[in-house]
Design a protein around this ligand. Structure first.
Ligand SMILES: [Fe+2]
Length: 396
């Protein structure tokens, strides 16, 4: 009897913890669903940006972050692979998705500005992803700009309704207008598709927008209006000149809640994406990569805008901010989510970590130093938040 009780308890625990992937839609399709305990965890990997010989440290970071947090979904935030030609891109995608595929976790991807630069189209790349494990990204509207624009609904734990929604958006590559230049933006036809799809979800939800998050590679252009001070004139190299405006060289530090270690690189023009979110009223947060060193979190007109730092050890990045993002959604209050940065140094300092031992890894003393430095900076951010509450217009 005692053994039977134990067995039942174990079975119950397995049922409670297993990410539920029920077929609400077509047979064979994976459907995301809140766990019975009312949570849903999403792990974010930004800018691995590596080729077919994926750095061992990157693999270790991905594996150890997944084992520690056991997410229900992984999102790759773009600049995922940069290998030359089809065969190498195939191997690079196989390598970067392997930690997720081996653990049987469903995943989705968005494209960055670099993925398609190596002789393989996004459509071909997407087909490769779809051949590995449980890739949920699909090209919902091939006729619109970009590839892989789609939405992934998360069902309630009782399976009765769509409780949350995830937008995967292609923020494209480079602006084709030489007068504007810089990185591309989310195009009008993508926003029209977003509004139309969101309207259908709203109608299905009894007229209320389904709370949602947006995942894309490049940050929205309004980040400069939020983080920097607009100046009346250009001061040359002492100002950031973009969108026809002149911004302070340094950001308003009291608005930061996370690292600003490089100037953000949004499009050079407004694209209306933030306005579209505000009009529809569903997006509570946007997560992007692209700026590898940054991990700031700011709120722009009610939408949290969060830069997920690079998880990769091949391209540029800073060890103090490197890692993954982790979102925990709560079914009983979906707009009140938790977000944390899964730091590489914390993973490396955990018992049994491989990060210091693999090629490219550093000593535990080095990671301990990173952790100490980070603790100092994090207490500064706490002070910043108090200042921000008292002086919402900012103090540089
Ligand atoms: Fe990148």
């Amino acid at each position: 009897m005692k053994h039977l009780k134990k067995l039942l308890a174990v079975l119950l625990a397995i049922v409670m913890m297993t990410p539920v992937l029920l077929a609400h839609a077509e047979e064979g399709e994976t459907t995301l669903q809140f766990r019975k305990d009312g949570t849903f965890k999403i792990m974010l990997f930004a800018d691995p940006q590596d080729d077919e010989n994926l750095e061992e440290t990157t693999t270790a970071i991905l594996c150890e972050a997944l084992d520690k947090y056991q997410p229900d979904l992984v999102v790759y935030l773009g600049d995922n692979t940069v290998a030359d030609g089809y065969d190498n891109q195939y191997k690079a995608i196989e390598a970067v998705t392997k930690p997720v595929v081996d653990r049987g976790i469903p995943y989705s991807i968005v494209f960055g500005n670099h993925d398609e630069e190596h002789g393989v189209s996004k459509e071909e790349l997407l087909a490769i992803y779809q051949s590995f494990g449980n890739c949920l990204t699909y090209d919902a509207a091939p006729e619109i700009t970009g590839c892989g624009n789609c939405n992934l609904p998360i069902w309630s734990s009782d399976g009765s309704k769509i409780a949350f929604n995830l937008w995967m958006i292609d923020s494209n590559m480079y602006n084709s207008d030489p007068e504007v230049g810089g990185y591309d933006y989310v195009h009008e036809d993508q926003l029209a598709w977003y509004k139309e799809t969101a309207a259908a979800l709203t109608a299905q939800n009894g007229g209320k927008p389904v709370p949602a998050m947006d995942f894309q590679h490049i940050v929205i252009p309004e980040i400069f209006d939020e983080l920097y001070v607009e100046l009346p004139v250009s001061l040359g190299k002492l100002t950031e000149d973009r969108n026809g405006k002149h911004y302070s060289f340094l950001p308003v530090f009291t608005r930061l809640n996370g690292y600003w270690l490089e100037v953000p690189c949004p499009p050079n023009c407004y694209d209306g994406q933030l306005d579209a979110w505000l009009e529809v009223g569903d997006v509570i947060a946007e997560f992007h990569g692209h700026d590898h060193n940054n991990s700031y979190q700011v709120n722009i007109k009610g939408v949290d805008v969060i830069n997920v730092p690079s998880c990769g050890c091949n391209s540029y990045s800073k060890d103090i901010s490197r890692g993954a993002g982790l979102i925990t959604l709560h079914e009983d209050d979906v707009t009140n989510y938790d977000y944390e940065l899964v730091n590489m140094f914390d993973l490396a300092l955990a018992k049994g970590s491989n990060i210091p031992n693999v090629e490219g890894g550093k000593s535990t003393a080095y990671y301990a130093l990173m952790k100490m430095l980070d603790a100092v900076v994090q207490s500064m951010f706490k002070v910043f938040r108090v200042f921000y509450k008292v002086f919402p217009d900012g103090i540089i």
